[in-house]
Design a protein around this ligand. Structure first.
Ligand code: F6R
Length: 364
């Protein structure tokens, strides 16, 4: 049942290229995105003034990454909200908004409550959901199924990746319908999207390097993940993966925030992991990391092949293939999932069933 892998998590990490491929194939047909299965019309897409993305945990991290992509490509304002906050917050909601809830299980209590709240207010809702026939899938106005297949490991990997792929498709299609990109740009984005599964596969091939590093840092007390923009969203997910299955305290910081407090925690040997896939932000983040290094931190840098200058700046480097920078989070997250996995294994922990956690959180 584990397909030759020692744990479900590792099996599911390896199923990510397929989960993404299947999810992309469900809406990309004959060189175009077709959202008819989601039952959303071009008129609707044209008329939304705002998107709210509401979710919990890793699904919320998908929203955090997607907001940068939707805002940049489709030029539509996006707010990302934790479902547990959104449902109790008395915020004015734009009636011409689209509320997108994201959930693997489709049963998360807070996300379901947020969906119901949006519906009560008469706002159009869409679910990006993995489990067919789940409560969230049944109640949302529109459903975009992620085709990740059953996910057993408590720590999500392939569902997260499939959710992100679904978001990319929405971003590119919204951009096209709202006339924010040219036909050439549209074709370019589709082409780049379709290269993702193969590049994810390639990223997985470097796993021994992460395994070696994980063994070396298995006894770390605290780990800091830093990045900006999409890289920051990837940091949030990397940090959660590490803490939930390896029980190492970790935090994700928007790199520029370090000097507003957290840098006081950096000591001799503290591990700082920087995600640096966004060319425009590279110099900014690396300089924040070097400030940590001069206070004794050990630096791991995660970037794309070609940015070899990083070798002179950090202590340990991990590269992922190049892809359009809006979509590179799908590659950058993989070494971080592997890091959490290998640290957990090195510590002899129950990788698939970490303490105190349940796969589906049906109480608030
Ligand atoms: C972390 C993890 C959780 C879930 C969260 C939402 O690895 O799995 O943070 O992402 O509980 O669950 P769903 O997606 O089922 O709503």
């Amino acid at each position: 049942e584990k397909g030759g892998f020692e744990h479900f998590m590792m099996k599911e990490i390896h199923e990510q290229p397929k989960a993404v491929q299947d999810t992309l194939n469900s809406v990309i047909k004959n060189g175009a995105i077709d959202l008819s299965s989601v039952e959303i019309t071009e008129d609707e897409i044209k008329n939304f003034e705002q998107i709210y993305i509401v979710a919990c945990g890793s699904a919320w991290h998908v929203g955090m990454a997607a907001q940068y992509v939707l805002e940049d490509i489709a030029d539509i304002p996006v707010r990302v909200e934790l479902a547990s906050e959104f449902r109790y917050r008395k915020m004015p909601l734009n009636q011409k908004a689209l509320v997108i809830v994201v959930s693997q299980s489709g049963e998360t209590a807070d996300t379901l409550a947020a969906l119901r709240l949006a519906k009560e207010k008469g706002i159009t809702t869409m679910a990006i959901v993995n489990v067919v026939g789940s409560s969230i899938a049944r109640e949302a106005d529109k459903v975009f199924y992620t085709l990740a297949g059953p996910e057993i490991s408590v720590a999500t990997t392939k569902a997260y990746s499939a959710q992100l792929a679904a978001m990319y498709c929405l971003a590119v299609q919204f951009a096209k319908v709202r006339e924010k990109i040219t036909e050439e740009q549209y074709s370019y984005y589709l082409y780049e999207l379709l290269t993702l599964p193969e590049k994810m596969q390639k990223t997985l091939e470097d796993k021994e390097r992460i395994q070696w590093f994980a063994a070396k840092y298995a006894n770390a007390q605290d780990v800091f993940f830093v990045g900006r923009g999409i890289d920051y969203a990837v940091c949030l997910e990397g940090s959660l993966k590490l803490k939930e299955i390896s029980y190492i305290h970790s935090e994700a910081y928007a790199a520029g925030e370090l000097k507003h407090g957290t840098i006081s925690l950096i000591e001799q040997g503290t591990l700082v992991i920087g995600v640096l896939t966004q060319s425009e932000l590279y110099e900014k983040t690396i300089s924040n990391m070097l400030e940590c290094k001069s206070r004794g931190a050990y630096l791991m840098g995660l970037t794309t092949y070609g940015k070899y200058e990083i070798e002179d700046q950090v202590n340990f480097t991990v590269y992922v293939p190049k892809v359009d920078e809006h979509f590179v989070g799908s590659l950058a997250v993989i070494p971080l999932q592997l890091l959490g996995y290998y640290v957990s294994v090195a510590k002899g922990l129950d990788v698939d069933k970490p303490r105190n956690l349940a796969k589906s959180v049906t109480v608030e």
